[in-house]
Structures are given as structure tokens and as C-alpha cells.
Ligand binder design. Structure first.
Ligand code: CU
Length: 414
């Protein structure tokens, strides 16, 4: 029985080793960057990013670029995502291929977490400094405590040059200019090597003599005391006293070298200024909304009333970062990421100017490969078949109005 047990144990150990080795060598190629696999209804019903602008598409090392835009925090926030009472404006890149030189919401620097309000719209800007050459898909994103990462649209940006040239200078309040890229590295290496070396020295001192069998025999024979000589005791005292002395001395010299130090700055930033958007004069109600399964499009029946004083046309529907445009009304000039931009994706049954005071019911179709590529079609697997998005209406002068829509989205099957 024991033999069988041992065999089973041995075999399971071998299996475990094989699994671990296989896992180490398995590196799937990453073509998506996280957002596609998230629940479609969550992406449609949390944060709406719009008016995004990437200042550059090619950036040499040490040069900066900005990503700016607006985001709307959807009032019908999902239950399973904590409200963004503690959120952090992040950037989605594979490690620090850029460094974040600054980030602002509503004109305020936001190096810490912030409190955002449901239903509000905010303006943001992120300043990035290029660090590592390559082609990088750069996303804006918001980390919500208790909710997870909410990923904005990503755009490919190329960094040229050599990483060895990267510099991150900073002038401290004590007037010293340092390079954060390698500041204090030598010091860290020195102290870790020193203490590691001291540990090794202690072990070397003892392993000069036979270790196990003779010592075991001596202890068994009741002669344990002979194993530690008076000289050994002195060495032990020297190590102990030396360690305390080095700690005390180096602590003193460090305090002399850096007389002014402050604790880590932390804490939630509240009272972030939101945008004061004018009340839209176009009122939209969603009569019904459907999507075909399988399919690449969604249809909405919208009842639109123009309460303003100029005629308007529908130019864009934006959901989960996918922008469906009616090319007769709106053309993108911001260099929006191709895979998320449906330049002719929006079809409206009657998109003639809607006169002031007029109400019209229109059939709107938002159709593009992005609906499938970004797996919005996977709403069919979600536990809450509702969508939300932004509609942009334009008058003859190009003045824009933004209207939120939000309704159930019902699948139809072939
Ligand atoms: Cu990406």
C-alpha cells in the first residue's frame, strides 16, 4: 500500500513539474489589450470617453505628447462596479514605455486618486514622455477602487530613438537636480550587497567546519557544548555588535546627508471640477433598440425633439469608445483610432435638418466591424442587456450638442 502511495506522490510531483514548465514556456501573443474581454454592458455603461486627442503619433525618446479629452461618468453605473468615489486616472501601456509627466482632471494635477460624481462630465489631460522605442497601443483608462480598470480607446503611438538616452530630471525643493531614472540606484545596490555579504560571511564562518554528521553525533553523545568554542562566541558578539553599530552609524550619516525628508504624500482628492455643460436643447427618447445575433449592427428607434432655435442633424453615436458617424454631417479630424472609427457607420432613416420645435421619430442603425471586433456583440452573454451611449447633434454652423441615451437593448435572432 505504501509503495503505491509513494508512486502516486512521485507521479503527481512529476506532473506538477511538467505543468509548471509548460506554463513558463507558453506565452500567448497579445493582440487585444484587455478591454475586448470585459463585459460589453460594463464598457457601455460606465465611462464614456470622447473628444479625445493624441497630440502626436511618432515621438522621439525624451519628447512629450499629450492625450486630452473628456469623459462622462454614466449615471446608470452598474451595481457590480463600486461607484467611482475613489478613482485613479491612469494610462494603459505595457510598462513605463512612456512616463507620466503629469495628469490633470478639470485643470487640477491628479497624482493621487480622485472622487468622481455619477452623471458628471470631466475634462482631462495626460502628459507623456517617451522612454522606450517601439510601437505602443496607448490607452487612457480609469481605475475604480472596488470596480477595476475601465479602459478607454487606445491608439498606436511610435517611439523612436534609444532607451539609453532617456532622462528624467527633477529639481528637488532642496535645490538639487537629480535624474529619477537612476537616482539612488548605487546606494540601493551597495546596501543590499553589503548586508547580503554580511549574511554570507556569517554562514561561511560556520561552514568551514564539518556541518551535519559529526555535529549530530556530538549532540547525541551529550557533547553539544564542545561545538561552540570561546572564539566562536567572540565572533558572534562581534557580528552582533558590528551590525548594531553599522545600522546606528549609517542611519546617522543618512540623516546628515538628507536632512530634509518628508513622508509619502497620499490621500484622496475630492472636489474635482466637472465641466459645466449647457443643458442640451435636443431631447431624445429611445422607443426601442435591438441588435441582430449574429450581426455587426444595432438599431435604435429614437424620438427626437428639437427645443432649440436652430435646426439640427444627428452626426454621431458613440458607445464603448466606438464612434459611428454619419459622413454627411460629421467627419473626424482628430485621427481617432481606425479600428474604433466607423466613418460611415451611422445610418439615419431621415437625417434632414430637424427644425426648431419639431419632433421626429427616426430609425438609426449603427453598423461596423468594430461592433464584432470589440465584442460589443457579446452583450448576448451579459447579465444585463442594456446599453448606453452618447449622441451628438450638429446645427448648420457646426455647434454641437451631446445627449446621453440609455435603454434596454433587445437581441433579435435569425
Ligand atoms: Cu491596446
Amino acid at each position: 500500500m505504501k509503495i503505491i502511495k509513494d508512486k502516486v506522490a512521485k507521479l503527481s510531483f512529476v506532473a506538477l513539474l511538467i505543468t509548471v514548465t509548460a506554463a513558463m514556456f507558453y506565452t500567448p501573443t497579445a493582440s487585444a489589450h484587455g478591454e475586448k474581454s470585459q463585459a460589453a454592458f460594463m464598457r457601455m455603461r460606465t465611462i464614456h470617453w470622447y473628444d479625445l486627442n493624441w497630440s502626436k503619433e511618432i515621438v522621439p525618446i525624451n519628447d512629450t505628447m499629450t492625450i486630452s479629452g473628456k469623459f462622462h461618468v454614466f449615471a446608470g453605473w452598474p451595481e457590480t462596479v463600486d461607484k467611482p468615489e475613489s478613482a485613479f486616472l491612469n494610462i494603459g501601456i505595457p510598462g513605463p514605455v512612456f512616463i507620466r509627466a503629469g495628469s490633470w482632471i478639470g485643470g487640477q494635477l491628479v497624482p493621487r486618486s480622485v472622487s468622481l460624481e455619477l452623471g458628471e462630465t470631466y475634462e482631462f489631460k495626460v502628459l507623456l514622455k517617451a522612454r522606450r522605442p517601439g510601437d505602443w497601443h496607448v490607452h487612457t483608462m480609469m481605475n475604480v477602487e472596488g470596480g477595476g480598470p475601465i479602459i478607454g480607446p487606445g491608439k498606436w503611438v511610435t517611439i523612436t530613438g534609444s532607451m539609453g538616452d532617456f532622462k528624467n530630471p527633477l529639481t528637488t525643493l532642496t535645490g538639487e537636480t537629480i535624474d529619477l531614472e537612476n537616482y539612488n540606484l548605487g546606494n540601493i545596490y551597495f546596501w543590499h550587497a553589503f548586508w547580503y555579504g554580511l549574511g554570507l560571511a556569517w554562514m561561511l564562518y560556520w561552514v568551514r567546519r564539518p556541518q551535519f554528521v559529526p555535529r549530530n553525533i556530538a549532540v547525541e553523545a551529550g557533547k553539544a557544548d564542545t561545538l561552540i568554542t570561546p572564539a566562536d562566541r567572540k565572533v558572534a558578539m562581534a557580528f552582533a555588535a558590528g551590525t548594531v553599530a553599522v545600522v546606528a552609524f549609517s542611519m546617522g550619516t543618512t540623516n546628515e546627508q538628507y536632512p530634509v525628508t518628508t513622508p509619502l504624500q497620499a490621500g484622496l482628492l475630492r472636489g474635482i471640477k466637472s465641466l459645466d455643460l449647457p443643458q442640451p436643447t435636443v431631447a431624445v427618447s429611445v422607443v426601442d433598440a435591438t441588435y441582430r445575433v449574429p450581426g455587426r449592427a444595432m438599431q435604435m428607434t429614437l424620438k427626437v425633439t428639437n427645443n432649440g432655435d436652430s435646426a439640427v442633424r444627428l452626426g454621431e453615436f458613440n458607445t464603448a469608445s466606438v464612434r459611428f458617424l454619419d459622413p454627411d454631417v460629421l467627419e473626424d479630424e482628430s485621427g481617432y483610432p481606425d479600428d474604433l472609427l466607423a466613418e460611415e457607420g451611422l445610418t439615419v432613416s431621415d437625417n434632414s435638418p430637424l427644425a426648431p420645435g419639431e419632433t421626429r421619430t427616426i430609425e438609426v442603425t449603427a453598423s461596423d466591424a468594430a461592433w464584432e471586433v470589440y465584442r460589443l456583440a457579446d452583450l448576448i452573454y451579459d447579465p444585463d442587456s442594456r446599453f448606453a451611449g452618447l449622441l451628438f447633434f450638429f446645427d448648420a454652423e457646426g455647434n454641437r450638442q451631446m445627449v446621453m441615451v440609455d435603454a434596454p437593448l433587445i437581441p433579435t435572432f435569425i
